[in-house]
Each structure stands twice: as structure tokens, then as C-alpha cells.
Ligand binder design. Sequence first.
Ligand SMILES: [Zn+2]
Length: 279
Amino acid sequence: MQRRLISLTLGAALVAAACAQPQQPPTPPAASAPEVTLTRLDCGTAGPAADVGRFSDVYSHQGLLLQLTFSCYLIKHGDEYMVWDTGHSLSAGAVAPKVSLVDQLAQLQVKPEQVKFVGISHYHPDHTGQVGSFPATTLLIGKGDWDVLTSPKPPANAPTAPFAHFISGGGKVEPVPLDKDVFNDRTVVMLATPGHTPGHHSLMVNLREKGTVLISGDLMHFHENYDSDGVPPFNTSRSETLASLARLKKIAANTRATVIIQHDARDVGKLPAFPAAAR
Ligand SMILES: [Zn+2]
């Protein structure tokens, strides 16, 4: 009895110690990490400024006119490459990009087969349209989103066509349940920020000169809904969105990060203009 009590107490103490461990942001990168650079790629064509009231389930931002943009990113890690999000497809009509991702990468002398990882923030079509251009990559996508894409009846806003090669088993897929340190040296980390979709992720990139850059995915869509913890009514979980916003804000404060909201045209200038890269 005595021994059982002791082991129970010890077990409880171990659990308490594990829970009390502060969650340190995975920064700075390992000293052995190669140089990392970050380039913005254009992933769609914005229309005229439009009312963004539809992005708030508490009727904020009614009448606020904003022009939203579509952004993807190239991360160069030594001689390895990662693409973050793949934007609209070229057949997306008015919002289709004017230059494909493959052609933008060609301007940087990068071939699709050199892209080791394609990370997808979430399954919406303005983030996944050109993923099929990278058949040889390893696809990194939140497990919650991959489960939806591979379910018997995915919703209309989770189109499976761009992923056909991967869903059929023809391509490598790594569903990401939590955070993922992509190159295992803390330079590039997918951050689990669910709520917009079940497996939504944001991206942390730790650069030597610029410091930490946090790329939003669609955790927030523009400054005003980031500042006011706004939740679009079409998100899959209000409570998860709020928890994810709180998490990202704490990481941003702890790492003194540059926060880039992918759809906010006012954030495009936070990185050097293509083809230049932040480092
Ligand atoms: Zn979205």
C-alpha cells in the first residue's frame, strides 16, 4: 500500500513537472543550420477592394473596404527548398495568378523537382491550387485537413482535385498532427493553429538577419481582425481559432517576430519585392 502511494505521488509529481515545463519558442536556430532565405511569391490576382464584413461573426468591420492579396513563399534552406502554400490554380478565373508558381520559381533558377517540401497552411482552394505542380515533393499538411481531404465526402471548400496525385498514393504525404520542425534545426517550423480549418497551420521562419517571421496562413485575414481577435463565421471552430490567435500573439511577442498576414496587401512590403529574398 505504502509503495503504491509513493509511486502514485511520484507519478503525479512527474506529470506536474512535465506540465509546468515552459513551452519555449523553438528559436534561435541551431548553430549548425545553413543560411535560410525567404521570398514572397504572387499566388493570385486581387480584384477591387471589397467589404470584409463577412470575415467577422460578431459583425465587426461592416463597410470596411480592403483589397486582399494571395501570397505563397519560397524558403531556401542551404541548397534545399520549401514552398509554403500554392495559391490559386491557373484556371481560377479572375483571381488566377498571372504567372504560375513554376514560372516564378524558374526566374529564381529553381526547378519544381528541387522543392523538397510543399507545406500547406490549409485546404481552401486559394492555398492549394498549384500543389499538383510538385509531384516529387513531400507534402506537409495538417493531419486534420488531410483527414478531411481523404474523407468520403469532403466539403466543397476543400477541393481534392489539386491533391489527386497525393491522395491516390502517387506522392509522398506527411500529415502533421502538431508542430513540425521541418529541417530539424529550428529554422522553419509549422505551427499548429487550428480553427480556420481542423488542421490549419501557420509558419515560423527564423532568419539570421531579419529574425523570426510568422506567416499567418488564414489564422487571420487582415490587420483589423488580427487586432480584434476576429473569427470568420465560416471557420470550423471558433474556440480553436481564439486559442490559436492567442498562441500566435504570444509567440510573436516572445520572439519579437515580424508577423505577415498572407491575405493583407499591406503586409507584402514586409519582405523584399520578388525576386529578392529576406535573410
Ligand atoms: Zn482559408
